[in-house]
Design a protein around this ligand. Structure first.
Ligand code: NCD
Ligand code: ZN
Length: 345
């Protein structure tokens, strides 16, 4: 039995680092385990200009513990009125490396999002031309569509037509949650990748209702049936280089989660790598963790892999029950539980 693994330092290809006091409280968790992270732009207001992206990057760097050696990779929040020249200028100047597409009203802070993908057609054409990736929250927002079907319907009604129009556009299908998404990404023409979160590998939709309503298991896209979780576990551990690590860590204060209308988002940063390692271990695939966590993402984005390494050991490890007490508390994913792997550093 393998009791210790060492891999190239991983990157997190999807994080919500927030701003202000929450940024101060959470940045260190991501920086502890990951060398780089794709930082989501869904602040209020969202990051829609190069100036805002540069200022946000500076605030992130200032929030990091001394000597963290962590590089935030910034993203642009696409809106209906995004301008192709400005998107390209920000990309060429290094203000962002990708743009995030939130269908309007799909999730937290997405009310500024894109109302119809045709409205950003020119921007997407330009992105395809210059090789700038589009990161997609892949859910339709039509309230008539069952929430558990919104990802699968998005593939048919938005993603497939989009890729037919712009086959050269590099796309990351973020935080996939369904067997349909896994099948699509696995079989589609090249140029598409997908991130998979730790929590979608561990919980299915029963976790939302285990003994009562469980707001801390609620995120978007919402966890699906067990057969979908199984498909995600096969995808992450199966050796395809189209799937890579993206935690979608999305902290909200306890009071915002445990509310009449609780926020979507799971704060998985405190033990993200330990959870992934546990899943790969359970499936006898620890030898594939490095590709998923540290190689496939850089290859997709055209970035160098990290030279430093990290080590995990098989050792019972408690997850802290509550983080950021000064903000009224943020509940980590699996907080208070014990994991089989420990991140050594
Ligand atoms: C994210 C958030 O809170 O910003 N929430 C979530 O459930 N994942 C937004 C998002 O990525 O959908
Ligand atoms: Zn997200």
């Amino acid at each position: 039995m393998t009791d210790q693994i060492t891999l190239r330092r991983p990157d997190d290809w999807h994080v919500h680092l927030r701003d202000g006091a929450m940024l101060q409280a959470v940045a260190g968790y991501t920086a502890r385990q990951f060398a780089r992270a794709i930082v989501m732009p869904n602040l209020t207001p969202p990051i829609t200009t190069a100036e805002a992206a540069n200022a946000y990057r500076a605030r992130i760097l200032a929030a990091l513990p001394a000597g963290a050696g962590f590089e935030p990779l910034m993203t642009l929040y696409l809106t209906d009125d995004a301008d192709a020249d400005a998107v390209e200028a920000g990309y060429q100047a290094g203000a962002w490396i990708a743009a995030k597409l939130y269908p309007a009203r799909a999730t937290t802070n997405s009310h500024f999002g894109v109302t119809d993908i045709l409205k950003v057609a020119r921007v997407l054409e330009r992105m395809a031309k210059i090789g700038m990736p589009l990161l997609i929250h892949g859910e339709v927002t039509d309230p008539e569509i069952d929430i558990f079907d919104r990802e699968a319907v998005f593939i048919e009604t938005v993603l497939i037509p989009l890729r037919a129009r712009l086959p050269n556009l590099k796309i990351v299908f973020e935080h996939v949650t369904t067997a349909e998404a896994v099948a699509y990404v696995s079989e589609a023409a090249p140029g598409i990748g997908a991130t998979i979160t730790p929590h979608h590998l561990v919980i299915n939709r029963n976790a939302l209702f285990a003994g009562g309503l469980r707001p801390h298991a609620y995120c978007l896209p919402v966890a699906k049936r067990e057969r979908h979780r199984q498909a995600l576990r096969r995808a992450a551990t199966g050796g395809s280089d189209r799937f890579f690590l993206g935690t979608d860590t999305a902290p909200h204060p306890v009071a915002a989660k445990e509310a009449d209308c609780g926020c979507a988002g799971i704060f998985c940063a405190p033990a993200a790598l330990e959870v992934y390692a546990g899943v790969f271990d359970e499936l006898g695939a620890l030898d594939r963790l490095e590709a998923f966590a540290s190689l496939n993402g850089p290859r997709f984005y055209g970035l160098p892999v990290n030279e430093a390494t990290v080590t995990l050991v098989r050792e019972a490890t408690p997850v802290e029950a509550l983080a950021a007490a000064e903000l009224g508390g943020v509940r980590p994913f699996l907080g208070g539980e014990t994991l089989a792997w420990r991140f050594v550093g």
